[in-house]
Design a protein around this ligand. Sequence first.
Ligand code: DAT
Ligand code: MG
Length: 147
Amino acid sequence: MQRTFLMVKPDGVQRNLIGEIISRFEMKGFTLSGAKIMHISKELAETHYGEHKERPFFGDLVDFITSGPVFAMVWEGDGVISEARKMMGKTNPKEADPGTIRGDFGVQVSMNIIHGSDSEESAKREIDLFFNEDQLISYEKTMTKWI
Ligand code: DAT
Ligand code: MG
């Protein structure tokens, strides 16, 4: 089954959105494989966002993501990588549709509530960066046949 890495960013944690965000993915029918509240070190932030290191906002992005605790999660399900990206909405909350997490709760691109892997390759890389395999579980829910 496909897995993705999702993370409630420091703004989402401070704004009490962890429960709302978990609820959306649960209600959609995905399965939580692992989760933890944590502080990201500067080193982990720079590795995680390594693809953006030449961008002008890289320093601010690293400062922001390390500015307070984040809630890191692995979710499992059929097509969960692209479905989660749809549920998050566009990177800039001003362009994100209502009904998406960023569209409903965000305003500024620098504080857009949630991170989600954008491909199978990045999902694998990001899951391995944040979790040990023994912190993740796979299990059947009896309702899966209804989803
Ligand atoms: P996404 O988080 O939708 O995958 P991304 O990978 O292009 O978006 O960028 C990573 C994060 O960097 C994004 O969630 C917020 C920040 N960011 C992106 N573009 C930005 C910009 N033009 N100014 C400030 N921050 C930006
Ligand atoms: Mg990205």
